[in-house]
Design a protein around this ligand. Structure first.
Ligand code: SAM
Length: 214
C-alpha cells in the first residue's frame, strides 16, 4: 500500500527495522517512537488493522476532518486519530479508562473526551457538531448495529462509518459469520455498506465495515 492511500498524517515508517503505520504525536501506550513519530500497533487497534489491511476507509486526514469516535477506552486508537485529523470527539462510558484518556488529551487540543453512553446520543448532541466526516465505532457491546444507527444523525451525507464489530459481544455462542450477517442486515436500515473485511489477522472474530449513510 502506498502512503498516498493512507490519510494525510499517517505514514509507514521504520521502527527497529520493521515498517509500521505511524502518526506524529506524544506516546500514549508505550508504543515505539522515532523522533516525532510513534508506531500505530494494529494488534491494539481495530482502525489500525483496517488501515494496515488496506481497507478503503475514506479517511483523508487534516485539520478540517471531523471525527466522532465511539468506544474510546483509554485512548489507544483515538489518540492516533487526533494526531492526523481535526476535531475528534471521543465517547466512552466507563470512567476508569477515561482517566487515562485525559492524559492523551493533554497534548492533543483537538481531542474532546465525553464520558457518555454511545446508546444515548441525545446526551452529547449539544456538544458534537453535526455533519461529522467520519464515525469510528469500536464499542464491544451488544447491539453494535443499533449504536451505529442511532449515531447516524451526526454523520454528513457523504461521511463514512468505520465500524469494528466484535462477534462475541453480540453472542458468544453463535457462529461469528451468522452474527456478522445479522449486523450487516440491521445496518442496512440506515447505511450502504461499501466494504467489509474480517480483521482476524489482528483481532479474532472481528469484522471491519466501511459504510456511508443512505
Ligand atoms: N477503541 C478502543 C481503542 O482501540 O483504543 C478500544 C475500545 S474497547 C474494545 C471497547 C470500549 O467500548 C470499552 O472501553 C467500553 O467501555 C466501551 N463501551 C462499551 N459500550 C459502550 C457504550 N454504550 N458507550 C460508550 N462506550 C462503550
Amino acid at each position: 500500500m502506498s502512503d498516498r492511500e493512507l490519510p494525510a498524517g499517517v505514514e509507514r515508517r521504520e521502527f527497529d527495522g520493521t515498517t509500521r503505520l505511524a502518526t506524529r504525536g506524544e506516546s500514549v501506550y508505550g508504543e515505539p517512537t522515532e523522533g516525532e513519530w510513534r508506531a500505530w500497533n494494529p494488534t491494539r487497534s481495530k482502525l489500525g488493522a483496517m488501515l494496515d489491511l488496506e481497507m478503503d476507509t475514506g479517511l483523508e486526514g487534516g485539520d478540517e476532518e471531523t471525527v466522532l469516535y465511539l468506544g474510546a477506552a483509554s485512548g489507544t486508537t483515538v489518540s492516533h486519530v487526533a494526531d492526523f485529523a481535526g476535531p475528534t470527539y471521543a465517547v466512552e462510558f466507563a470512567a476508569r479508562p477515561v482517566r487515562d484518556l485525559l492524559e492523551a488529551v493533554d497534548t492533543r487540543p483537538r481531542l474532546f473526551p465525553l464520558l457518555k453512553d454511545a446508546r444515548k446520543p441525545e446526551t452529547y448532541a449539544h456538544v458534537v457538531e453535526s455533519d461529522v466526516d467520519v464515525i469510528v465505532q469500536d464499542v464491544a457491546t451488544r447491539g453494535q448495529a443499533r449504536v451505529a444507527l442511532e449515531n447516524r444523525r451526526f454523520l454528513a451525507e457523504d461521511g463514512r462509518l468505520l465500524l469494528a464489530v466484535k462477534a462475541r459481544s453480540e453472542d458468544v455462542t453463535r457462529d461469528p459469520n451468522d452474527v456478522f450477517d445479522d449486523v450487516r442486515e440491521e445496518l442496512a436500515e440506515g447505511y450502504e455498506l461499501l466494504e467489509t473485511q474480517r480483521l482476524d489477522e489482528y483481532h479474532t472474530d472481528h469484522l471491519g465495515i466501511v459504510a456511508r449513510p443512505r
